[in-house]
Design a protein. Structure first.
Length: 420
């Protein structure tokens, strides 16, 4: 081999090494977070305070303790656990928690037989309410707050406030109204139910996480159904005048913080996987630079952003507009580079569908149309116009009247109960 050949080989090897180095460096480069991704995560990163959140978190506190103090103590536990996976939380003692009402009276009203049970019970409802007076009083205090901010970061292991206490307190209000109706004071029962409805709607507008939002939506639907049955059962219904129940407001349908929190859950998870040696299995020891070659967190995060932006937009539409737009939104499949971000592309191949939750708010709007048609305008239900499909009329069954809609309605949100 001549010196010339040797120099050529050396240059060739050097070029190959340089090229490989460039490719390796390039394989480590991730995209910048998109402006929309930054917009979504910014409110979650902001620090703040919320007396309402602390109160709800500690609503089960012993009668001799303040819910907000217990809520603060539990928040401290949640945050320690989020910061250190090995931290063992110290829960509030179960024996000190306010007892939750139990039994068949606290069934799910959209399930068969539940409404019949709560209307026909032989239980002393006044006594039951008195037994849980502290819970009822605390729920009243919570609903008076004019702010609400979830103070935990949205992660897979996030601890949520005990919404079941509010659920049971709401049922107590419903049972109290039914007791009044059975005693012959239907006007007062309806007045109290509609006042409770207003209270629930005020809290709905403040909720910033999906679980709380859906929980309140379901309780609102329950109150409307119970009010409808009471009005249908009484011979005084023609003498009871009811103001129009307004459709859901922009604040009540607002999904901006819902979208931000659900996005943030993925955001934190994808960030945590960056150069994580345990990406493929627990105890793994894959070098970080190899992980980065096949997984880019920012690219992955940017790919899912359109799904959450779309949720915000859809939530503010009318049911009719939602019907025409949601099918197109279902076709927004998140995707990213299969070459530069193979793992990220795999992770987002099957992504949760949040459109179904937006649809529940559209369905409740349909229930309100039916209620107003029957009890405010006192018009025949067969004349009610479907807010989804203007040329369709409701299906009138023996115990309920229902509108059809674009998605399944397993919780009967598009139906108005008129009998038990």
């Amino acid at each position: 081999m001549t010196i010339g050949h040797y120099i050529l080989i050396q240059k060739g090897l050097a070029a190959i090494v340089a090229l490989l180095s460039i490719l390796l460096i390039a394989s480590q480069v991730d995209d910048k977070l998109s402006a929309e991704a930054i917009r979504l995560i910014t409110p979650i990163e902001a620090t703040g305070s919320s007396d309402a959140y602390l109160y709800l978190t500690g609503i089960y506190a012993d009668e001799n303790e303040q819910p907000q103090d217990v809520g603060q103590a539990m928040l401290n536990q949640f945050q320690l656990a989020q910061a250190d996976e090995s931290y063992l939380m110290v829960d509030y003692p179960q024996v000190k928690k306010l007892p939750l009402p139990q039994g068949e009276l606290f069934c799910k009203t959209w399930q068969d037989g539940c409404l019949k049970t709560i209307f026909n019970t032989d239980v002393d409802l006044t006594k039951l309410y008195q037994q849980h007076a502290t819970l009822a009083a605390r729920a009243v205090i919570f609903h008076r707050f004019t702010e609400y901010t979830t103070l935990t970061k949205p992660t897979i292991s996030e601890q949520y406030p005990p919404y079941q206490y509010l659920a049971m307190a709401s049922r107590l209000e419903v049972l109290k109204a039914i007791s009044q109706h059975r005693a012959g004071n239907t006007q007062q029962a309806v007045t109290d139910l509609l006042l409770h409805l207003k209270t629930l709607r005020n809290s709905l507008a403040l909720q910033d996480n999906l679980i709380g939002k859906i929980f309140l939506l379901m309780k609102i639907s329950e109150v409307i159904d119970v009010t409808s049955i009471i009005l249908s059962k009484t011979v005084l219904k023609t003498k009871i005048n009811i103001d129009v129940i307004a459709g859901l407001s922009a604040a009540e349908k607002d999904f901006r913080m819902i979208a931000a929190r659900e996005f943030a859950m993925s955001y934190y998870m994808f960030k945590q996987l960056d150069k994580n040696p345990e990406l493929f299995h627990t105890g793994g020891n894959v070098p970080g630079w190899i992980i980065r070659m096949i997984y880019k967190p920012n690219m992955t995060i940017n790919a899912i952003v359109p799904n959450f932006s779309e949720i915000e937009r859809l939530a503010q539409l009318t049911p009719a507009a939602f019907t025409s737009d949601f099918e197109q939104s279902m076709e927004i499949y998140p995707s990213t580079s299969r070459v530069r971000n193979y793992v990220g592309n795999t992770l987002i191949a099957v992504y949760p569908d949040f459109v179904q939750y937006v649809a529940r708010f559209m369905d409740l709007a349909a229930k309100l149309v039916l209620f107003n048609q029957r009890y405010v305008y006192k018009d025949d239900l067969k004349n009610a116009k479907n807010p989804y499909y203007a040329d369709q009329r409701p299906d009138i069954l023996s115990d309920r009247v229902c509108f059809s809609g674009p998605l399944e309605d397993s919780s009967q949100l598009r139906c108005l109960r008129i009998k038990i």
